[in-house]
Each structure stands twice: as structure tokens, then as C-alpha cells.
Design a protein around this ligand. Structure first.
Ligand code: PMP
Length: 354
């Protein structure tokens, strides 16, 4: 019998992130914001003296934790910050979903959840969305080791109304309920107001979408002190210096300009509403979106064909060859000019199919 050193190596099926093509393309495939970060972010970066980098950053991410606590009206002990919400949610899987019971999440949702569950050996159950891609909280009745729901959900763009979110949290005191609000700033209602009432509720958000800082990697969770401490204990058992000094300063700068943040989100939402009309006229249908993307299907042209044809024209949108969603495209809302180029390309491609 022969042995290989690879026998001792862990094999996992990784999450596949959206393509990051080089060069001048129209990139509507990873839900980035088309507008720049707040001007204060650029100013901080320009004024940064490289000499500060010889020191480790603040392990507790203090300046950004305090700025977030002030912004959202909570105690700094209720805030956990990580390297994007991917890092935050990964830490939550590792720290908060450590029981024997399964963790529940929808079958169509952010496709990283099952990857973390596999990686951290967390038992899980995927609960099918309804035919129209909505969540029915009655489907979650039972006892769980945790529940995680993206709200608004991705890639469907659909929001579960806040009264239903509250009902779900209330019905499940046996576990931590995580609401992943990566897209909430584009017209959704946050569950942050429920935090004082429910110590088992954790809300995660990100600077990657509404704050135009995907490249900086900043995410956070807000919850009860005891749960945030448990997540921090796991973080300090793995890597104490997570956010770098530049990211901490950029995050604080971003929070300092609420007016810019609100205007940028409003601009994206305005373009989204206009895009809905254009796409409907082209024969697309989609659920009501509370996000910076639309989850579309065409009446006659298959999604995969559209994605390939758009790519030939240097326009990137997201397609998944997965059950239930394999005739859908997720289209990020870009600038008005980018969207106009998308509509022109779609008009041409669809026209050729008629
Ligand atoms: N949650 C959802 C639902 C997402 O779509 C994303 C973005 N891919 C994330 C979390 C993670 O975003 P980030 O790590 O950039 O904060």
C-alpha cells in the first residue's frame, strides 16, 4: 500500500468569486459601486505617511469600532469589525455556529454560506425559497444551531419585510440569527433597530457596496455584548491584527461623510428604477429589488447565451449554472452611461435572436 503526503491535506470545494477582468470593461458582475468612495477617504490616503506602517495596527480596530458605534447608536462593545463581511461572517460561522444542531439558510442565497459550513464542519440545512424566490419564515420552524439570512437576499434582490425578520428572531431564542445586510443601504430596512430587544440577533454589513470600498475590505457585525465578545475571542485565537492601518483610517473617513453616502446610494437607486423600465421593455422580468442589482430573466433568450454575448462586448454580468437560477442574470447597477451601453448591447443581441 502506498501513501501520499496529500492524504493528510484537506480538500474543500472553494467559493468562486466573480471575475475581476483587467482593462476597460463595463463591470456589472460583482455588485461594486460605480461611484468613488467619499472624498475624505482619498484625502486620508493621500496624507498617509508610510512610516506609520512599521507599527502593527490597533488589534481592537478601536478607531473604526468607535466610529461605527457612534454612527449606529450602540456601545463599542457591540461592534465587531473584520476584513470585509466575508471575514466577519466566516468568524461568525466559526464562533456562533459551534453546536451539534444544523444551521439553516435558504437554498438560493449567498453561495459562501455552505462553503463556510463545510470548511468549519458546521452541519447545515438549506431551506428552499418559495417558487417566487421569497422566504417563508414558517419553513424555519424547529430547533436550529443557527440561522443566517441575507436581507435583502442575494442574488434574488428580494427583501424579507422587517416584521417577518423580527418574528423569525423571536421564534428562535435557541440560536443566533444572523441577518446579512450587505445590500440594505439601497432601499432596505435594517434589523439594527431590533438589537436592543434580541440578544440572539446579529446584523452584518459591509463597506464594499454602499460605501464604494470593496478594495479596502471592511465589514462589521453589531449584536449583543456577549455574542460580540465570543466572536472577538475566536478572532484573537486566529489572527489578532486583521484590518490594516490604512483600512481603519479609510473606514473612519468614510463614516465622516453621511451626506455623500446618502447621495451615492440615492443615485444608484435612481439608476436602478430607470433600468427596470428599460429592461422590462426589452422583455425581461425580475423581482422587486432593494439592492444595487437586478435578478433578471428574459422571455425568450437564455441567460447563459446573453452573458456570453455581453462578455464578447466587454460587458460583464453574473450567471450561475445552478438549479433554479440557471436562466437568470444578476446585473449590478452601474452609472447611467454604463447602463445605456448595456441596454444597447442587449437590444442588439436580442434583436439578432428574433
Ligand atoms: N454577503 C453578501 C450577501 C454578499 O453578496 C457579499 C458580497 N459578495 C458579502 C456578504 C461579502 O462582501 P464583503 O466581504 O465585500 O463585505
Amino acid at each position: 500500500m502506498s501513501y501520499s503526503f496529500m492524504d493528510n491535506v484537506r480538500k474543500v470545494t472553494p467559493y468562486v468569486p466573480g471575475e475581476q477582468p483587467e482593462g476597460k470593461v463595463i463591470k456589472l458582475n460583482t455588485n461594486e459601486n460605480p461611484y468613488p468612495p467619499a472624498p475624505a477617504v482619498g484625502e486620508i490616503l493621500a496624507a498617509t505617511d508610510a512610516d506609520i506602517l512599521k507599527k502593527y495596527p490597533e488589534a481592537d480596530i478601536g478607531p473604526l469600532v468607535r466610529a461605527l458605534a457612534k454612527e449606529y447608536g450602540v456601545d463599542p462593545k457591540q461592534v465587531f469589525v473584520g476584513v470585509g463581511s466575508d471575514d466577519v461572517i466566516g468568524m461568525i460561522f466559526l464562533s456562533c455556529f459551534a453546536g451539534e444542531k444544523a444551521v439553516a439558510f435558504p437554498d438560493v442565497t449567498y453561495s459562501f454560506y455552505d462553503v463556510w459550513a463545510e470548511l468549519f464542519r458546521v452541519p447545515y440545512k438549506q431551506i428552499p425559497l418559495k417558487e417566487d424566490f421569497t422566504i417563508d419564515i414558517d419553513d424555519y420552524d424547529g430547533q436550529w444551531g443557527g440561522i443566517i439570512i441575507a436581507n435583502p437576499n442575494a442574488p434574488t434582490s428580494i427583501e424579507l419585510e422587517i416584521s417577518k425578520v423580527e418574528e423569525l428572531v423571536k421564534r428562535h431564542p435557541e440560536c443566533i440569527v444572523v441577518i446579512d445586510e450587505a445590500y440594505v443601504d439601497f432601499g432596505g430596512t435594517s434589523a439594527l433597530s431590533l438589537i436592543p430587544k434580541y440578544p440572539n440577533l446579529l446584523v452584518t454589513q459591509t463597506f464594499s457596496k454602499s460605501r464604494s470600498l470593496a478594495g479596502m475590505r471592511i465589514g462589521f457585525a453589531i449584536g449583543s455584548e456577549q455574542v460580540i465578545k465570543a466572536i472577538n475571542d475566536v478572532k484573537y485565537s486566529y489572527n489578532s491584527y486583521t484590518l490594516n492601518r490604512t483600512a481603519i483610517a479609510a473606514g473612519v473617513a468614510s463614516l465622516s461623510d453621511r451626506d455623500y453616502f446618502e447621495k451615492t446610494c440615492a443615485r444608484v437607486m435612481k439608476t436602478r428604477e430607470a433600468a427596470k423600465k428599460e429592461l422590462a421593455a426589452l422583455g425581461f422580468s425580475f423581482p422587486e429589488s432593494k439592492t444595487n442589482f437586478l435578478f433578471v430573466t428574459h422571455e425568450s433568450v437564455p441567460a447563459e447565451y446573453l452573458q456570453k454575448e455581453l462578455k464578447k462586448r466587454d460587458i460583464y454580468v453574473r450567471f450561475w449554472n445552478k438549479p433554479r437560477i440557471d436562466n437568470r442574470l444578476r446585473i449590478t447597477i452601474g452609472t447611467d452611461e454604463e447602463m445605456a451601453a448595456l441596454f444597447a448591447a442587449l437590444r442588439e443581441i436580442i434583436g439578432q435572436c428574433r
